[in-house]
Design a protein around this ligand. Sequence first.
Ligand SMILES: [Zn+2]
Length: 251
Amino acid sequence: METREFKPYLVLIILLAAASIAYALTVSYEISSVAGIEVRLPHRIGEWQGNELRYCQNPDHRQEYTAENLEDPDTCPECGFEMSGMSYWERQILPDDTVILKKRYQHPSQEVVLASIVLSGAERSSIHRPEVCLQGQNQRITGSRVISIPLEGRDDLDVMVLTLRRTVPGPNNTTHEFLTYYAYWFVGKGRETPHHIQRMIWMGFDSIFNRVAHRWAYIAVSGARVDHEDETYLDQIRQFVSEFYPEMVMN
Ligand SMILES: [Zn+2]
């Protein structure tokens, strides 16, 4: 490993070690409830019409619904189990005070985008690298890059874009392929980054020098890709995020 590549990790290790010591020694260390963002997903974003997603928590059902089709968004219409904004698995993995909001947005052109906000609770483990959850038995990450999205009245926003390929077995030994993208960035109080490692460094910095641990959120936008050569999805991300961003109230 080259020294240059190693550096951020070294800085991180030192910061985290120092943070642990600071945490152990100080009584004035505070877990702040201040988030860098207000957790809300608007009903409309420009021409995009949003619909909240709800998940059945019955381990044998785990069905996904859109809230507009439900009389009671807290009760599964089929099995009567409790419903949540988190999927069954997210609820198993994440601490109880994690907040997740998900909406499915549809454009009059029939394009569909899924937007989500995950806000960490007191336990900061609720936010990790999204890559960890996206790699699965039938799904793999085929690429990643950071794109800049021009926004009015401020600097460009850097967003991490992953391309994904999921395969599902069909009848007669056929395989169906689904190509998607997953774009995300992290938001802390007064801070934004597409890099998980940068977020970890800032968290270490804040805990040592400011003695606070702010609540971080990550915002994700995902959708479909037409084929392996398709790059039009990047325009979809740019268009959606540039309309979505001003709707989010920053602290
Ligand atoms: Zn159910």
